[in-house]
Design a protein around this ligand. Structure first.
Ligand code: SF4
Length: 392
């Protein structure tokens, strides 16, 4: 198996990533929300300058695919006019904020997000590594405990706000007016205490290496957080939550959704259509909570990703109808496992010879139970996935 390439930085709009189908231009919606005008504008730009495909990321970003290098400049002008991108690559890299999509008008979530966004836009804001991020999860119920973040703003035991380092069991008390300042103080401490040697590093790993938090961040015990599965499509007080096959939308779909209402982008590769009272009847949407495609994950794979060793999505689509109820399948083009970094019951990973390895209850980088399976043989006989359960 070839070792995947680790970049250590996250692509943005101003610093896009080259992929097998052109540039991937990542947009971080402010406050985790696109107004109808912004969503329609992004759809139009995707159709004009990209290949008309828009991915949802695990950090609640939208990614325009298939952008030619010559089209990047005009695309950035268009995104800038929509007010969805930052002025510099530094500001874009720092503004890595995931927001609970379940916020309500008066719960203070957007107030915290606005002050954090403002604080991170200053040139002297902590120059944290590209993958370093913030989770604003202080709605009525926490929903981002499984979403990658380094600093978390959540509800504490008394119902007030708590600013907590990811990986720590304690935090410091905050208000909507002080949360951003305290979060940045924690980010400064992370950098000052050597959390990012050579410009890379994450908070939980820093703490695991023995870093001692400032006293203020050890005052209040955090509420226990049970690991939560991604929610299912359906009606919510804020609107209707819909999913997409492999978290990918067409520009046309986004355009139609924008006509219904503002779009809240979630870290579960789903969209919450604000104010929608029923499931939209639009092709390409997953609105049935029992749809087995909700239990299948596959990265871009070949030919879209230059590191991919197999075409992931056709294999995932072929195997989906045979999945046992409740079983999750992750098909990864290489051992990097971008689409699902945490363990899954069944993982298929591409190999350089075009075959796949099968890993049970693990990640794409774990030791396989079976190696060298031929995709065509698997799709012709999907029972092989479970029949060979005890083989090694
Ligand atoms: S996991 Fe998939 S998307 Fe990520 S680098 Fe490998 S092939 Fe590409």
């Amino acid at each position: 198996m070839s070792d995947p390439v680790i970049k250590g930085w996250c692509p943005g709009a101003l610093r896009p990533m080259m992929s097998g189908d052109g540039l991937v231009v990542r947009v971080r919606p402010r406050g985790g929300r696109l107004t109808p005008e912004q969503a329609k504008g992004i759809a139009d730009l995707s159709a004009r300058f990209g290949n008309g495909l828009i991915d949802l990321s695990a950090r609640a970003n939208v990614q325009l695919r298939g952008v030619a290098e010559a089209s990047h400049g005009p695309l950035i002008e268009g995104l800038s006019a929509l007010g969805v991108i930052d002025e510099t690559t530094e500001a874009e890299s720092r503004r890595n904020i995931t927001v609970t999509p379940y916020w309500q008008e008066d719960d203070g979530v957007q107030e915290v997000v606005r002050s954090l966004t403002e604080a991170l836009s200053h040139p002297d804001a902590p120059a944290t590594p590209g993958k370093f991020g913030y989770a604003v999860d202080c709605g009525a119920e926490p929903v981002l405990s499984e979403t990658s973040a380094d600093i978390r703003i959540e509800r504490g035991p008394g119902g007030g706000l708590l600013v907590r380092a990811d990986g720590a069991a304690t935090g410091t008390e905050a208000t909507p007016a002080t949360a951003a300042r305290l979060a940045l103080r924690l980010a400064e401490w992370f950098l000052e205490t050597g959390g990012a040697p050579e410009g890379r590093g994450r908070m939980a790993a820093h703490l695991a290496r023995g870093a001692t938090l400032p006293d203020a961040f050890t005052e209040i015990p955090a509420l226990p957080r049970a690991a939560a599965a991604a929610p299912l499509p359906g009606l919510l007080p804020q609107g209707f939550l819909v999913g997409f096959e492999f978290g990918q939308m067409t520009a046309e779909t986004v355009s139609v959704l924008a006509e219904i209402g503002p779009l809240r982008v979630t870290p579960w590769r789903m969209i919450l259509i604000e104010g929608a009272a029923e499931a939209p009847r639009i092709p390409g949407l997953i609105t049935d909570p029992a749809d087995p495609m909700l239990r299948v994950t596959a990265c871009t794979g070949a030919p879209g990703c230059p590191q991919a060793l197999i075409a992931t999505r056709p294999l995932a689509q072929a195997l989906c109808p045979s999945l046992a109820p409740g079983t999750r399948l992750h098909v990864s083009g290489c051992a990097k496992g971008c689409a699902h970094p945490t363990p899954a019951p069944l993982v298929l990973v591409g190999r350089a010879d075009g075959s796949v390895d099968l890993i049970r209850m693990g990640t794409a980088a774990d030791t396989p139970s079976l190696t060298g399976l031929i995709p065509a043989t698997l799709t012709a006989n999907p029972a092989l996935l479970t029949e060979t359960e005890h083989a090694t």
